[in-house]
Design a protein around this ligand. Structure first.
Ligand SMILES: *[C@@H]1O[C@H](CO)[C@@H](O)[C@H](O)[C@H]1NC(C)=O
Ligand SMILES: *[C@@H]1O[C@H](CO)[C@@H](O)[C@H](O)[C@H]1NC(C)=O
Ligand SMILES: *[C@@H]1O[C@H](CO)[C@@H](O)[C@H](O)[C@H]1NC(C)=O
Ligand SMILES: *[C@@H]1O[C@H](CO)[C@@H](O)[C@H](O)[C@H]1NC(C)=O
Ligand SMILES: *[C@@H]1O[C@H](CO)[C@@H](O)[C@H](O)[C@H]1NC(C)=O
Ligand SMILES: *[C@@H]1O[C@H](CO)[C@@H](O)[C@H](O)[C@H]1NC(C)=O
Ligand SMILES: *[C@@H]1O[C@H](CO)[C@@H](O)[C@H](O)[C@H]1NC(C)=O
Ligand SMILES: *[C@@H]1O[C@H](CO)[C@@H](O)[C@H](O)[C@H]1NC(C)=O
Ligand SMILES: *[C@@H]1O[C@H](CO)[C@@H](O)[C@H](O)[C@H]1NC(C)=O
Ligand SMILES: *[C@@H]1O[C@H](CO)[C@@H](O)[C@H](O)[C@H]1NC(C)=O
Ligand SMILES: *[C@@H]1O[C@H](CO)[C@@H](O)[C@H](O)[C@H]1NC(C)=O
Ligand SMILES: *[C@@H]1O[C@H](CO)[C@@H](O)[C@H](O)[C@H]1NC(C)=O
Ligand SMILES: [Cu+2]
Length: 616
């Protein structure tokens, strides 16, 4: 670090070297005795803790941190906007959760959508709040298509900041400029303007989602499911297909929460403490105290097998999913079909997806299903927080039947021999096999610090190596590269950008040491990676397990651990690799790969997209 004036803030306890899971009750939901990180009040303790960690992990403290330049004043917004005259957000119907897997028999087609991004007032859990939504609804429209189909989505921006829509998990081979990552693959869509995303589903099959990729906008509601069917998907057959979008929920507006997160004092007096959610939603419906007594509910048929597609569309915490009295069989994770694996519950990190099979073979009736917020991640007490969101599944009974409310807070225990919570290391890809040998290697560290002093903004920031990402203004990495690329293909970009350029097709290893005391769900755009190796502490050259490594696009890198990820780098463009926790990404936890620049320089990018930069 440059100078000794910076204060290293360690948010956790020094002994917390391994990720300890909160106690799990018999039915798999987290008990209330999570481990909130206590604000550390004595500076000496903080420094001592950090040094101990540094010694334990061989952590070099000499980070030459590159600070972010301020762009706070750049946004054109009215923070005191009067929301009382806004239209209400539409409440989803149960029927909206049912998918149409039968479309898989349709011939290849173009599916067209209009998305209007607007500000509205919504009350997902009964408490009124300011929201940003697509087409007046939360969650936004579900897109369902077949692999090989083209989608054309005309996005019109009616909010007062630029926006963009990212199609999570898609490869966008040859269409990196439609990846929708603001300041990376495009400039934002300016207020009052439209942009057409127009691309084909080129390989990703399974469950995913779309969301705004501009600041923390998706936290306020710009999310929706994206389901891609294929005839050859290697999953068991099922009778019905249902999407359940699980999310944490904040009553506050995300830019306001982000400002508090960034302030020197932090949101509760401790810099770096992430805003603790107020609750959550299941397909847009949650409960909060006595504010809402309605539950997202579906009526199923008895003795059938349903595919539940669970998507964590939230911003911060993992959600723990379970259905009272039912076991679940995991069959897909992030678009990778996996060998069916029975569980009683599963934890889904932000941006991850799982498909599970549910058999309606218990006594006809109504059952609670539960989506519990991972309280391990809570850093302070938020009175009134709804730590578990509930929904209803019923079969063999009338549509209005509700389960016994006495079970809400005392869920039925699991029978003897019931399977446990999902351990992600048990996931085995169907038709998986060894990954190719790597030919290129990238090494990165993750850290978060409160850096103060003359050279620093007094803000809590996230770092990859020593760079805290700040979105480029009025350009994107891709556009800047096209205008400015040098002979070796590297772009001329600001200090706030950490970019690794890969000039030829390589099998790329990414080795990441998480030096932070928090877990970070990382997502790689444009690719699925193989998880070759993971473990406690820094990477020390441990050998990889290459029998049948799991492949996915989002994985949790727990506190003080490392991972070795591998992917085939044959997809040209700028691809973000970032923490999906919205507070962390906004604080700079994002890295970029510039793959095959000589190919991306040939992209035929619509001129109006480049022109929008001046107004974004
Ligand atoms: C626009 O962005 C600014 C700066 O982040 C923020 O203060 C404001 O609340 C945002 N407005 C909307 C409608 O998102
Ligand atoms: C907000 O707008 C509504 C309707 O236009 C108006 O009745 C109300 O007085 C306004 N509130 C504030 C604080 O400006
Ligand atoms: C999209 O909006 C246009 C008008 O801008 C309309 O002509 C078209 O039918 C709409 N398409 C869909 C799929 O709603
Ligand atoms: C996209 O929608 C906007 C707003 O309705 C419309 O003005 C524009 O013509 C549409 N663009 C295309 C290509 O359909
Ligand atoms: C989408 O792209 C295809 C292929 O380039 C093109 O034929 C089509 O006209 C485009 N559609 C729109 C609405 O831009
Ligand atoms: C079930 O869902 C419907 C909307 O689809 C809603 O009107 C109803 O109140 C819900 N039932 C319960 C018990 O929450
Ligand atoms: C479901 O299967 C069980 C066991 O075969 C049977 O007892 C029950 O009647 C079936 N329920 C329905 C609604 O068919
Ligand atoms: C659910 O499981 C509990 C505990 O095993 C059992 O007591 C209860 O009868 C079951 N409920 C139904 C409706 O089968
Ligand atoms: C119901 O299905 C589950 C698999 O989802 C199976 O483990 C269980 O034995 C079945 N129960 C009955 C009563 O058939
Ligand atoms: C119950 O739900 C089914 C399936 O959604 C529907 O067809 C039926 O009309 C509903 N019945 C009532 C009484 O609402
Ligand atoms: C990150 O820092 C390490 C150690 O200084 C260095 O080996 C590595 O190449 C850096 N990674 C990138 C992408 O610059
Ligand atoms: C090229 O880089 C300069 C300096 O970073 C920037 O101002 C300019 O906008 C870039 N050109 C394009 C086409 O993005
Ligand atoms: Cu993170």
């Amino acid at each position: 670090m440059a100078g000794s004036s910076a204060t290293h803030e360690s948010k956790g306890d020094a002994h917390d070297l391994a990720h300890d899971h909160a106690p799990t009750t018999a039915n798999g939901t987290k008990s209330a005795s999570g481990r909130p990180r206590k604000p550390l009040i004595i500076l000496a303790v903080i420094v001592a803790a950090f040094v101990v960690l540094g010694l334990a992990l061989g952590l070099g403290l000499g980070l030459g941190l590159k600070h972010k330049h301020s762009s706070e004043g750049a946004a054109s917004a009215n923070p005191t906007a009067n929301t009382t005259n806004l239209q209400n957000v539409a409440t989803p119907k149960s029927a909206d959760a049912f998918l149409s897997p039968e479309i898989v028999d349709e011939p290849p087609t173009t599916r067209t959508y209009n998305f209007t991004v607007e500000e509205r007032t919504g009350s997902p859990d009964g408490v009124q709040k300011r929201m940003l939504v697509v087409n007046g609804q939360y969650p936004g429209p579900t897109i369902e298509a077949n692999v090989g189909d083209r989608i054309v989505v005309n996005v019109t921006n009616k909010v007062s900041n630029s926006t963009s829509i990212h199609w999570h998990g898609l490869y966008q081979r040859g269409t990196n400029f439609y990846d929708g990552s603001m300041a990376i693959t495009q400039c934002g869509i300016p207020t009052g303007e439209s942009m057409v995303y127009n691309f084909t589903f080129d390989g990703f099959v399974g469950s995913t989602w779309w969301h705004a990729h501009a600041g923390t906008q998706y936290t306020d509601g710009i999310t929706g499911a994206l389901i891609i069917h294929a005839k050859n998907e290697s999953v068991p057959i099922y009778d019905g297909d249902i999407v359940l979008q699980l999310a944490d929920l904040y009553h506050g507006f995300s830019p306001d929460l982000l400002n508090l997160y960034h302030t020197p004092g932090g949101i509760d007096g401790t810099p770096g403490n992430e805003p603790v959610p107020d609750g959550g939603t299941i397909n847009g419906v949650g409960q909060y105290g006595s504010s809402n007594t309605s539950f997202f509910n579906v009526t199923l048929e008895s003795n059938k097998t349903y595919r539940l597609r669970l998507v964590n569309t939230g911003s911060f915490v993992a959600m723990e999913f379970s259905v009272d009295n039912h076991t679940l069989e995991v069959i897909e994770a992030d678009g990778t079909a996996v060998e069916p694996f029975a569980v009683s519950s599963l934890s889904i990190a932000v941006a991850q997806r799982y498909s599970v099979l549910l058999r309606t073979n218990q006594t006809a009736g109504a059952y609670w299903f539960r989506s519990g917020l991972d309280q391990d991640a809570f850093t302070y007490d938020n009175p009134g927080v709804q730590t578990e969101v509930r929904g209803i599944i019923r079969y063999g009974v009338d549509n209005g039947t509700i389960p016994d409310v006495a079970l809400l807070d005392s869920p039925p225990s699991l029978p003897d021999g019931a399977p446990g919570d999902l351990d992600t290391t048990d996931l085995v890809p169907v038709d998986g096999g060894p990954a190719p040998d790597s030919t290129f290697s990238v090494y990165l560290t993750i850290s978060m610090q409160y850096a103060s002093g003359p050279d620093y903004l007094s803000r809590f920031l996230s770092f990859i190596n020593s760079t805290s990402w700040e979105p480029l203004l009025k350009t994107s990495s891709l556009f800047a590269h096209l205008g400015n690329h040098t002979a070796d293909g590297s772009a001329t970009l600001a200090d706030s950008q950490l970019v690794t350029t890969v000039n030829e097709v390589h099998v790329v290893d990414m080795i990441i040491d998480n030096l932070d005391d928090g877990d970070h769900p990382f997502h790689l755009h444009g690719h699925k990676f193989w998880i070759m190796q993971s473990g406690v502490g820094r990477y020390q050259g441990e050998s990889v397990d290459n029998e049948h490594p799991m492949q996915r696009d989002t994985l949790v890198i727990p506190a003080y651990t490392h991972v070795l990820l591998r992917f085939v780098g044959d997809n040209p463009g700028f691809w973000a690799f970032h923490c999906h926790i919205q507070w962390h990404m906004a604080a700079g936890l994002l890295f970029q790969l510039n793959m095959l620049p000589s190919e991306s320089s040939k992209f035929n990018i619509p001129q109006y997209m480049v022109d929008q930069c001046q107004r974004a």
